[in-house]
Design a protein around this ligand. Structure first.
Ligand SMILES: NC(=O)c1ccc[n+]([C@@H]2O[C@H](COP(=O)([O-])OP(=O)(O)OC[C@H]3O[C@@H](n4cnc5c(N)ncnc54)[C@H](OP(=O)(O)O)[C@@H]3O)[C@@H](O)[C@H]2O)c1
Length: 254
């Protein structure tokens, strides 16, 4: 029997990139995956891939920046399945005009709501289901910008992703007595559609050297499959050819 047979995993941002890869990996491991994103079509594509491989997937589109949508989806999950064992709190976004010189209040709000508020809404929505069973895993996709403020990622994104890391650690501080484990996942550069919003375009050759969605999806699967007495509190996953390190190295030799 696969490790996650009988478990229900809610994956946000499941129509593309890391979320899609995580959903496919968790379904292969036997979980029933519930897929959320704003656009229905990419979710349908992920669900079709999973079903064609013999897995179970359900789509629940919605905008996670709206607390009411999150509550509705979580209620649907509870009604249909009676449980949510795994939350992959992964949906996130960035903006093109991200530097202080161009940042507007509306753009800052979008980045903070799209990366941090949404992550809080999803966590608060699933924790009651997990407490009831005294079991559950939350995996939050933060970023290396959530540990080291990054001009490349911008101030609002760096601040929001720092918030996601803090949020995850506080879940462990409070919910460890309920058998709940929370993992802050900090990727470096991953070749996904989010890179299309970079002010400086990323070439296909550069994308090839980066971590791939499947690398991160497999790490999420690993964390989700760990025995209940183990918590991975925080994990970094970066490309070996780390462009930040390489630039520093070149500067140090100049
Ligand atoms: N790629 C990287 O280099 C990298 C590095 C570190 C961290 N991350 C983080 O990794 C996570 C996944 O991103 P990705 O790289 O896989 O990029 P991606 O392909 O753009 O995935 C982001 C997903 O989130 C969904 N989403 C965004 N806002 C949403 C909202 N308000 N409500 C519901 N769904 C929403 C998007 O779908 P819709 O547009 O259909 O809603 C999309 O499928 C993000 O949190 C990102 O910040 C990425």
């Amino acid at each position: 029997m696969a490790a996650l047979t009988g478990k229900v995993a809610w994956v946000t941002g499941a129509g593309s990139g890391i979320g899609q890869a995580a959903a496919i990996a968790l379904a292969k491991e036997g979980a029933t995956v519930v897929l959320t994103g704003r656009r229905k079509e990419p979710l349908q594509e992920t669900a079709t891939t999973i079903r064609q491989a013999g897995g179970k997937a359900d789509i629940k589109p919605g905008d996670l920046m709206k607390a009411a949508s999150v509550t509705r989806i979580a209620r649907d999950i509870e009604k249909k399945y009676g449980r949510c064992d795994i939350l992959v709190n992964n949906a996130g976004l960035n903006i093109l005009e991200r530097q202080w010189a161009k940042l507007t209040p509306a753009n800052a709000q979008q980045v903070i709501e799209g990366n941090l508020s949404s992550a809080f809404y999803c966590s608060t929505a699933v924790l009651p289901m997990m407490r009831k069973r005294k079991d559950g895993v939350l995996i939050h996709t933060s970023s290396m910008a959530g540990r080291h403020p990054s001009l490349l990622s911008g101030p609002a994104y760096s601040a929001a992703k720092h918030g996601v890391v803090a949020m995850s650690h506080t879940i462990n501080q409070e919910e460890c007595v309920n058998g709940i484990r929370s993992c802050a996942l900090l990727p470096g550069e991953v070749a996904t559609p989010i890179l299309d919003k970079r002010p400086v375009p990323v070439t296909p050759a550069e994308r090839k050297r980066m971590a791939q969605s499947e690398d991160v999806g497999d790490l999420i699967r690993y964390v989700a499959c760990l025995p209940a007495h183990i918590t991975i509190n925080e994990v970094w996953i970066t490309p070996t050819w780390n462009r930040g390190y390489v630039a520093n190295l070149q500067r140090s030799k100049a």
